[in-house]
Write a protein that binds this ligand. Structure first.
Ligand SMILES: [Zn+2]
Ligand SMILES: [Zn+2]
Length: 671
């Protein structure tokens, strides 16, 4: 054991020494004070801030040469104090830029100051002149974000924790960096994919990638079955040992992909989590909410807020299309998945060109041509450098839904009907994804005069999440992005949108006169403000309950959708029978997943074609139906030879091979 540890230390030293020599060769002229391995980045600290401006081109050249992410920062000792810097920015920023003077966050680790402005372009200046000026004068790198028209207080408070815990974060990043930049010990010996959850089912997504050299976990989700151990992925599997785990990669912020992540930290994991910036933001809200929800249900949460914070300290954000080392033999790239804000297709490049795995997680694919419906996000990316094996979701592998634009027309028709009857339409929505999409559809219909002026109330966590959507306009689909960036419009805030966030506001909506649209969580009516509205609106036949998303077995939403019209509910400690006289409708077609035809279309347009396709994230009929479609239509999908299609069960391990398909065709397991 000691010998192995000694070899590891030696290997780490050798690898890093070589990189450091390379850095000195290129940046030697700058006044380097130290070189640190901070997470996946190599940070070079220099004494004179002005150097940073002079050597920008050289840094790019260096990064290309050593194929690592290199950042150059000012030495903390040569930075001006936070107060002085804040004063400098306020004094010198152009007034028209609309700098938010209250909310400047200083990241001591990164040497960055995060400033919000109404007009970020104006603040940065031509050729980023102002940014350079601030850097030269104060030593702080200015990061400018658009001041979101909506503001999430929860998010602000969690993010400020991140900035406050900067010493702890620095230490964590350095430990992570040392592990990533070690020399390979044994090298990539094999590639195995082990399903710990989401195989043969929807929920608790967790896949272990094992190369012999490193182990990376893809997603760490919760099952929708309550809050206890029944919701865990198979973390007890023999292959899965927390102390051997190099990293966790999170595809997107839905609970079935991220819900059990803090549990790993509770049990001692101290490695990094990789996620896009919006995924980090949304997952903080979602995880905090998960803890609170469990408590409200009278269940002891399986982890606490402090575990979420430990996780946050070790979360490394990676933008789309940025290649990042996550282990000595694994490089990660996120690209847009079109499912919810920040959702990613996860591409892993293993062993210096040996093999490439694409994990789609949840994704939405569609063809832009001829599509007139409101789309919040661009379709999933379909072009890669290399892909040999792919793990693909198949939620709707067996089902087609009506086209999106028909769904929109249905919704608009229902709202008009309610308006004429002077009733209210209650739409249960998920806080992340569907809530924002429905809101934008309604606001556009209002703008185009397809529905009359009618108040639109939005209640529950939708507001917090929408605030995050408005903070990342550049990630939204072009028409929506243009509205925000060039027309100063906020598609999430129509002329009649009212965000409701307390009981008093809720009561006002309930007892208000006249027609209204109400969007409220939760999407499956398992709790949240939607219940309160439902109790109040159910008995009046002028009202409508409209479902716009999937309703799982056993939920109140499903029972109502299937025709139950007398519901027992608790009110002030007593059971009360509620007679449902309101019209209950189901509007299909708003899904954030690819439908059956979209899944097949994705394989048709995907470049290049994988040799092996693993299907997961679907009920067995959906998985098998898609598998047989691929097996019969592969040629029409543009494959040159039939791909190997596998539908593994949880705990099965699939070994993928870096050679031609024929070599292992004999042992391929195909159910
Ligand atoms: Zn999802
Ligand atoms: Zn999912």
């Amino acid at each position: 054991m000691a010998a192995q540890e000694a070899r590891r230390v030696q290997a780490t030293l050798d690898s890093r020494k070589r990189l450091i020599l390379e850095i000195y060769k290129v940046l030697g002229g700058a006044d380097i004070t130290s070189i640190e391995f901070e997470g996946p980045e190599i940070a070079v600290y220099v004494r004179n801030p002005r150097y940073l401006l002079e050597i920008e081109d050289k840094i790019k050249e260096l990064a290309k040469k050593i194929r690592k992410r290199v950042v150059v920062r000012t030495d903390p000792k040569s930075r001006r104090s936070q107060n002085e810097t804040k004063k400098y920015i306020i004094e010198h920023a152009p007034d028209e830029a609309g700098v938010d003077t209250e909310n400047m966050l200083f990241d001591e680790v990164l040497g960055e100051v995060r400033v919000l402005a109404d007009k970020p372009g104006l603040l940065l200046g031509k050729n980023r002149a102002f940014r350079n000026q601030v850097l030269a004068e104060t030593g702080w790198r200015l990061e400018v974000y658009r001041k979101p028209p909506l503001r999430s207080s929860t998010l602000n408070s969690i993010l400020s924790h991140l900035f406050m815990a900067s010493a702890e974060r620095k230490k964590a990043l350095r430990e992570i960096g040392e592990r990533i930049f070690r020399d390979t010990l044994v090298g990539t010996k094999y590639i195995r994919l082990i399903g710990l959850g989401s195989f043969g089912e929807v929920g608790r997504s967790a896949i272990l990638l094992d190369t012999g050299e490193s182990k990376v976990l893809l997603d760490a989700g919760a099952a929708p079955t309550g809050f206890g151990p029944s919701a865990f992925p198979y973390f007890m599997a023999p292959e899965f040992r927390i102390e051997e785990l190099d990293a966790v990669v999170i595809s997107h912020a839905h609970l079935d992909h991220v819900g059990m992540l803090p549990l790993l930290y509770k049990y001692g994991f101290r490695g990094p989590v990789y996620a896009t910036p919006p995924t980090r933001d949304i997952m903080l809200l979602v995880l905090k909410d998960y803890i609170e929800l469990a408590k409200r249900e009278g269940v002891e949460p399986v982890y606490e807020l402090r575990d979420v914070q430990t996780m946050l300290t070790r979360t490394i954000v990676v933008n789309y299309n940025t290649v990042t080392d996550v282990a000595p033999d694994i490089k990660l790239t996120f690209t847009n998945a079109g499912h919810i804000l920040g959702s990613s297709l996860v591409h892993l490049h293993i062993g210096q060109g040996l093999f490439n795995v694409l994990y789609t997680a949840d994704f939405k694919y569609y063809r832009i041509k001829g599509d007139t419906s409101v789309r919040l996000l661009p379709p999933a990316n379909d072009e890669f450098h290399r892909v040999e094996a792919m793990i693909m979701e198949a939620t709707y592998g067996a089902t087609e839904t009506q086209p999106r634009h028909v769904a929109e027309e249905d919704l608009i028709r229902m709202i008009n009907k309610v308006y004429e009857n002077r009733g209210k339409i209650l739409i249960p929505v998920m806080a992340v994804g569907r809530g924002q999409e429905i809101l934008v559809v309604i606001n556009r219909a209002l703008k185009e005069g397809k529905i009359p002026e009618i108040p639109v109330y939005v209640d529950g966590m939708v507001y917090e999440v929408t605030a995050i959507y408005t903070a990342y306009p550049e990630l939204l689909a072009k028409p929506i992005r243009d509205l925000i960036l060039y027309h100063g419009e906020n598609p999430f805030l129509g002329p009649t949108t009212v965000y409701v966030n307390d009981q008093q506001g809720r009561d006002e909506v309930k007892y208000s006169e006249g027609p209204a649209v109400i969007l409220a969580t939760s999407g499956m009516m398992t709790g949240g403000p939607v219940i309160d509205y439902f109790k109040h609106l159910a008995e009046d036949s002028r009202n409508v309950l409209a479902f716009v998303s999937y309703q799982a077995q056993g939920t109140l939403g499903r029972r109502l959708m299937e025709g139950e019209r007398e519901i027992q509910m608790e009110e002030n400690g007593h059971l009360k029978t509620i007679k449902v006289n309101m019209e209950v409708v189901r509007i299909e077609g708003f899904t954030g997943h690819s439908t059956r035809s979209e899944l097949q279309m994705y394989l048709r347009y995907l470049k290049p074609k994988p040799r092996t396709i693993l299907l997961n994230h679907g009920e067995p009929p959906a998985l098998l139906s898609l598998a047989s479609a691929i097996k019969t239509k592969w040629s029409r999908m543009g494959f040159e030879s039939p791909p190997e299609v596998i539908v593994p069960e949880n705990l099965e391990s699939v070994r993928v091979y870096p050679r031609s398909y024929k070599l292992h065709a004999g042992v391929a397991y195909t159910p």
